[in-house]
Each structure stands twice: as C-alpha cells, then as structure tokens.
Design a binder for this molecule. Structure first.
Ligand code: BES
Ligand code: MN
Ligand code: MN
Length: 465
C-alpha cells in the first residue's frame, strides 16, 4: 500500500496498523473459506458457521453482548461496545455475511472459497460483497481497543445472513428492536468507491422489485411436428411479450411505470455530471460491445437516478444438450426493476401483470408473481455526520470524496433509516470492477487496509461532528 500519505494516526496506532495487515488478511481469508451462500439450502450450516466465526471474532476483540440471534431464516449477529461515556455518539454498523452463489464455477480462475491473492487483489466469493468491507470495521474497532482499550464512540454491529435473499428476518427485527439498535448514525460499507484513489459517498440507492413471469399454453408439452404451427408456442409468446417491455428509446414501456418518477433537477444533473465516471469506464468494466440505455441520460444517471427493468433469466422447453422437438406447456422469465424514490415498489408487479395481460394474445395466459420489493433509499446530505464521513475519507485517501447515487439496492437501509430515525452513511471500500455476484469476485487489498483506517478516522470524526 502507498505509504506516502501523511500519517493520520498516532505513531503507536500507525505501527499497530502496519504490523496487523498480515493477520487482518489471514482472518478475512479464513472467513471467506466458509461458503455462506444464503439462497442454497445445502449451505444452511455453512451460513451458521459464518455467523459463529464472526461472533467469535467479535468476542475475541472485546465487544460485549455478542449474540447469534436465531430467526426463521439465517441468524442475525449483534455485538456492541457502549463505554464511550455520556455525550458520545452511537454508531450502528450494518453489514451482511451471506454471499451469492458461485456459478458459473468454470469461469473462476481460482476456486471461489479458496481465497487467493493475485497482485494487489484478494479473489474469493464475498471478498467485497460484503465480508471484506464489514470486517474492515471490526478490524478498526479491534485496532483501537488493542492499542488504547477505548473507542471514541459507542458502537453497535448489526450483521445479517439474508441480504442477498431479501433480508426477511431483519425486516421484522429492526422495527421490533428499536431500543436495542438505537443510534445516532448508521454506517454501511456494502458499496464501492470510484477508483483506489477516489472515495465516493453514496446518497441514494435504487429500490427493487423482483418477480416471475409465467406464460401458459397447452396443458402439457407437445410434439412440435404434430402440433407446431397450430398451437401458439409459449416460448415464442414470451419472447414477443418481453420484447415489448421496452420501447426503441430504451424506456420501460409498462404504462404507469414513470408516473411517480421525478424528473432530475438541473442542479442534480450538474452534480452527477461532476462524477468522474462515463461510457469509457463502463465499457472497460463491463466488457460490453457498446453502451445501451434510456436516451437522453448519461450512464451515471441511467445507473443511479433512473428506473430500469431487466430480464434476469428465461427458461422453458428443452435446454439440455442436443435437441428435442417440443412445444413446452409453459415459459418462464425472472424479471426485476430498479426503482427511484417516490416509485411505490408494491405497485410494480400488478402494473407489469396488467400490461402483459392486456397485450397478450388469447392463445396464451400470463401471470406475474412478486418475489421481493423494496423502495429506494435517499439519505440527507446536509447532516453533520455526512461531513464527518467526508472528512474521514479525506484524511485517509488525501482527496475529498465525490457524492453520487448508485444503482444497486440494500433493501434494509430504508427500514433502518426510518425505524431508527438515523441518517445512513454509505461508505464503501469496494471497486466498480470487483465482480460482485459474478465469477472472480475480488477485493482490492489496499482498499481493505484503507477501509480499516477510514473506519477508525470515522469514529474519531463523528465525535467532533
Ligand atoms: N452490496 C450490494 C448492493 C450494491 C451493490 C449497492 C453495488 C451499490 C453498488 C448488495 O449485496 C446486493 O447485491 N443487493 C441486492 C439486493 C436484492 C437481492 C434485493 C441487489 O442490489 O441486487
Ligand atoms: Mn452487499
Ligand atoms: Mn450482493
């Protein structure tokens, strides 16, 4: 890591931090070896082991009230340290220890649960999303407790094992435990910065609707030679329906979809235009042959500030090797939308269903089932905690953070913000090319070590905010 930056901390803490890097990496690697894939039932015990690993780590560094809280789904891990004294603020750190599935496995350069360092990067599922980013805060607390026995603020950790599957248990837990979780600010490191040199504070995340479209035709699969041409093929009907979800200008064609969408103010457009991200970086990071999207908007606006609709998966009929001449009885598609503030997430499913049923021919039946929905998150920019966050980044990176809106979703964020009445600081340590949810997920290690330092600086800055 670059040591030219001016030292932000006392010589004792500096020495500690430099010497601790190998063990911080070793511990993160150990945690990453546990395949805590929340969506796959066969990994249920691994998810529990990952929770236990974290709880054990929290206990060992001197946190109090370390709890593995059982739920109907995967456990919640809670821990706190509340000895900062009267008047000191309380910081709630949220994160998740569950990870996404690893397929397609053959695309990984090294096995997803055998963490491997190549160059400055640590490759493993969960390295960036979100074990590495969460552990940076645990290591920050550890560093201060180990060197001074004290923290400048009270700290509570709230870590779930269901973020990647919709935060079911936490959605009930947070509003029910507002006393236990009471805080002055919530810090979430589950996002990315712009580059290793350019920190980013996110002030808005998009909401999400996710569901499944089913198109039904004949009552059972049919021989395509005996019935083809005389029975409407559900796969074909599905393609025609899905093709009409967007118009030629890249806009979502579902009536009502944009009804509650506020147009971007010229002020906000100017601010987003300052974010140093554009077509070129998008093409480089994605490997796509060309940029695509809603006409009239920059890629930063399309990703962070405009709603979208994606087809995430399609199946139906025969998809094995070779061929089978069949007309399937049903065709299926997974569809999701990213939503901006004011769009009611609960209205999206019915809206899509109404439209598809209206445009569907009477040769098939269409059904839309909602699996998950959550509104967008907007955090206030004009609170002192935001300034404290900006100062913490600036102290460690040597440059001020930029502010932007991001396209991903953290459904629990809005619930935390509203139930606990706290501002959220989205201060990530990942990078846009960390391959989240994809093969070869990685964490840029200099970001990990800087993230630990930002965690310490943030605790200090929050005292004076
Ligand atoms: N950490 C991501 C969210 C994220 C990614 C925010 C990149 C900003 C930039 C989180 O783990 C995630 O993947 N969330 C899901 C939520 C979904 C399962 C409801 C998402 O955004 O798809
Ligand atoms: Mn995440
Ligand atoms: Mn994720």
């Amino acid at each position: 890591m670059n040591r030219n930056e001016t030292s932000a901390f006392s010589p004792e803490l500096e020495t500690y931090l430099q010497e601790a890097e190998p063990s911080q990496l070793k511990e993160l690697s150990e945690w990453l070896r546990i395949p805590s894939v929340s969506t796959l039932p066969e990994h249920k015990e691994d998810v529990e082991r990952a929770a236990a690993w974290l709880a054990q780590k929290m206990t060992s560094i001197g946190l109090d009230n370390v709890q593995i809280i059982p739920t109907g789904g995967h456990p919640i891990v809670y821990a706190d340290w509340l000895h900062a004294g009267t008047g000191a603020p309380t910081v709630l750190v949220y994160g998740h220890y569950d990870v996404q599935p690893v397929d397609p496995l053959e695309m990984w350069t090294s096995p997803p649960f055998e963490p491997a360092v190549r160059g400055d990067d640590l490759f493993a599922r969960g390295a960036s999303d979100d074990k590495g980013q969460l552990l940076a805060h645990v290591a920050a607390v550890e560093a201060l407790l180990a060197t001074s026995g004290n923290l400048p603020v009270n700290v509570k950790f709230l870590v779930e094992g269901e973020e990647e599957v919709g935060s079911g248990a936490l959605t009930a837990f947070v509003p029910a435990e507002t006393g236990k979780l009471a805080a002055d600010v919530c810090v979430i490191s589950d996002t990315h910065i712009l580059s290793p040199e350019q920190p980013l504070i996110i002030y808005g995340l998009r909401g999400v609707w996710a569901g499944e479209v089913t198109v039904r035709g004949p009552s059972q699969d049919l021989h395509s030679g005996m019935f083809g041409g005389a029975v409407h093929n559900p796969n074909q009907a599905m393609c025609a329906l899905l093709a009409r979800l967007h118009d030629d200008a890249g806009r979502v064609a579902v009536p009502g979809f944009y009804d509650d969408v506020q147009s971007l103010s010229s002020q906000e457009r100017e601010a987003l235009a300052q974010v140093p991200y554009g077509d070129e970086q998008l093409l480089r990071e994605s490997g796509a042959p060309a940029v695509w999207g809603e006409q009239g908007y920059t890629v930063t606006e399309r990703i962070g500030a405009r709603p979208t609709l994606e087809i995430n998966g399609m199946w139906g009929g025969f998809v094995g090797e070779g061929f089978k001449t069949v007309i399937p009885a049903e065709a299926h598609a997974k569809v999701s939308c990213r939503l901006v503030p004011e769009q009611p997430s609960s209205a999206i499913g019915p809206m899509i269903e109404r439209y598809l049923q209206q445009i569907a021919p009477d040769t098939v039946e269409v059904e839309v089932r909602t699996l998950q929905h959550a509104p967008a998150t907007v955090v206030p920019l004009d609170v002192p905690e935001m300034q404290a966050g900006a100062r913490a980044y600036a102290r460690i990176f040597g440059v001020n953070p930029v502010f932007s809106r991001e396209g991903g979703s953290i459904p629990i964020a809005t619930i935390v913000q509203e139930s606990l009445n706290v501002p959220i600081l989205f201060m990530g340590f990942g990078l846009p090319d960390d391959n989240l949810h994809a093969p070869n997920e990685k964490l840029h290690l200099p970001n990990f070590y800087r993230g630990i330092r930002v965690g310490i600086a943030l605790m200090e800055e929050l005292v004076s905010s």
